[in-house]
Design a protein around this ligand. Sequence first.
Ligand SMILES: [Zn+2]
Length: 354
Amino acid sequence: MFPSPIRVMIPRFMWQTVSPDATGSLIWPTAFFDAVFRAPNGWSIRDYWSRVTFGLLDLRFDLANLWWLLEREQSSLRDDRGGMIAACRAAAEENDYSLAGYDRVVCFVNPPPCNAGAIGAPGDVVLDQGGSLEMFQHEIGHLLGFEHVWGRNGVYEDPYCVMGYTGLWAHDIARPPEFARLTTIATDFWRSGRRVAAASLYRLFVRPEFGGSGALDSGQGAAGFFDPHVAHVRTGEAVWLTALSESSGAEPVLAVMPIPEGGVLAVEYRNNTGDDAGVPPAVVIQTIGARSPGAGHHEVDPPWFEATVEPQAGASALVLNGTDLAGHPFGGHRVVVEQVATASGVHRALISLH
Ligand SMILES: [Zn+2]
């Protein structure tokens, strides 16, 4: 799947037996699917994911021109995400459309509702016209291999990553005039999500299939293809970070330091520009591998939101200074903003980790 382009087929289906409580909606035209998923318009799912991964993840979506009939009952299958995807895959093949050359499929079923979402990370996805652009961004994130981020109160609780809650700190995008009269069920359809956190990029690219070492804290090269954007630091060391949404790739966007609690401390600078237009500016502190989601959760060492620091010289925050979920004490680590600078519209912060 990587580093070559990720080939994704979007087969589209009409339920043969529509549930009585289905949501009536006009079928979106193929031109709209084109615009949403793959057109070079700046806001398509392909453009979004290419931009927020520094061009590392290159989605290539294919669409069939036809909608096919899914010869199943919506009411009995719509809650079974894996069942819907299996049925759609089988139906595509029955229509003599081979999926063999594709890394993944995004099954689109109509009319809504259904239990839309991804099956695993990376995994196939099922969507319907009830979704919003940001919901699609999040689910395609799973397709690419990103897992949910965590925070104080559990899953999704990282406000600085699109793999957390959907809807938080999103920003409006201009609705193209050619779709002025198109109906969307989601009232917030024309809103785009914040970026995927640099910590999530680090976590993904640590995986060997993405060129990484497989270990969270093995130093240079740990984060595979993302490593040129990472500064590996030791305690007391300071490093300049460029705001994630303003980086041209010349300077690191993430500082990573191994910690005795396990895993790494990961610090990034987020400013309210570009895909982060809706986020409050902050230096964001996450850990990866120091805390565990516990039994019953499928995420392994997810990025874990710890705290933010004001992007002002002299500001600091102490993290991991309490106990973990099992009651074990943490030692505490301080993150200090030493200096901030702005040149040519690019915001930078000199950060030290302790
Ligand atoms: Zn999700």
